[in-house]
Ligand binder design. Structure first.
Ligand code: THU
Length: 294
């Protein structure tokens, strides 16, 4: 799934969060082919202008979607059809599903009204827009019920811990490809998930002066912190032959930011073990800070 996001207004939700939701929708729709779509995050005036220009409606709304193909739930996306070929983008190698436009200020108001997080509301609006691109509608009650059911399934998947963790493990496996380890030949990849949904990856970077080697976990942590993100939720670590339990130094670096971090390791043929940092490093050093480890 390829997602292009045009941010016309500030919003503290990373592209990764929308990408995860888009993948969940694809799974609900059972679409295997690569797809792309564009998301515009704008304000009321921005969405009003688009509504006026393309639908001749002079009012703001929360979400708009413009499908690449005139699909219906009965004529679902089928890459074999000549119509689907029309939306094949050979440059990026994906089918272009269409455009989704969301008014961020609207979403903020609605999140308050429904008393849930902005991430939840934004994800809902995005998923709603995407099911419109798939041809779903809510003109009558029956169609609305069907659309709601699909949306709910996708939302659950997008927020489901197992799905998120599987993606994180996969990101760590991909990051492992970049390992620079000519001395040990031990390749490690890490993927660090932040509270806001951003994922930072890292690999081990060795040096001829062996002591200067940086582990994959610390590469990921330093990338995150140096970009202003230090609220960590989980880390996945991948190696080839043996379980890459984080070394003592990395445990101590992680404990600085997230003593209760979830730690997932994967190796071999997708073997996986899961634990938490307080299991791996009880009573880690917290310096002059209040003891956060109890
Ligand atoms: N390594 C990591 O990347 N993470 C760890 O937690 C332990 C070890 C790397 C460092 C070195 O490049 C190689 O694995 C062998 O020690």
């Amino acid at each position: 799934m390829i997602l292009e996001v045009d941010r016309q207004v500030n919003l503290d939700i990373p592209d990764d969060a929308f990408l995860r939701a888009a993948k969940a929708c694809k799974r609900v729709m059972n679409i295997q082919s690569p797809c792309s779509l564009s998301l515009t995050l704008t304000d009321d005036e921005g969405i009003r202008r688009i509504n006026q220009m393309w639908r001749n409606l002079d009012n703001a709304t929360d979400v708009l979607s413009f499908p690449g193909l005139p699909l219906t739930p009965e004529s679902l996306f089928d890459e074999q059809t000549p119509e689907a070929q029309k939306i094949w983008d050979s440059e990026i190698g994906a089918f272009f599903l269409g455009d989704i436009i969301i008014s961020v200020p609207r979403a903020i108001i609605q999140a308050h009204q429904y008393q849930h997080a902005l991430l939840r509301e934004m994800t809902y609006l995005f998923v709603h827009g995407l099911f419109h691109l798939f041809g779903y509608d809510h003109i009558n009650k029956e169609d609305q019920t069907i659309m709601r059911k699909q949306e709910e399934q996708a939302l659950q998947m997008a927020f489901e811990k197992d799905a998120i963790e599987e993606e994180l493990l996969e990101a760590a496996r991909s990051a492992r490809d970049f390992a620079y380890s000519p001395y040990s030949n031990y390749k490690v990849g890490a993927a660090l998930l932040c509270e806001d949904g951003t994922v930072y990856t890292g690999c081990n970077v060795e040096n001829a002066a062996f002591g200067l080697t940086n582990c994959a976990e610390r590469t990921a942590v330093f990338k995150a912190v140096s970009e202003g993100n230090k609220a960590f939720k989980a880390i996945a670590i991948a190696a080839d032959q043996t379980a890459p339990w984080p070394c003592g130094a990395c445990r101590q670096v992680l404990v600085e930011f997230a003593p209760k971090l979830r730690v997932l390791v994967t190796w071999g043929d997708h073997q996986v073990e899961k634990t938490t940092l307080d299991e791996l490093l009880p009573h880690g050093f917290s310096g002059f800070k209040e003891d956060q480890h109890d």
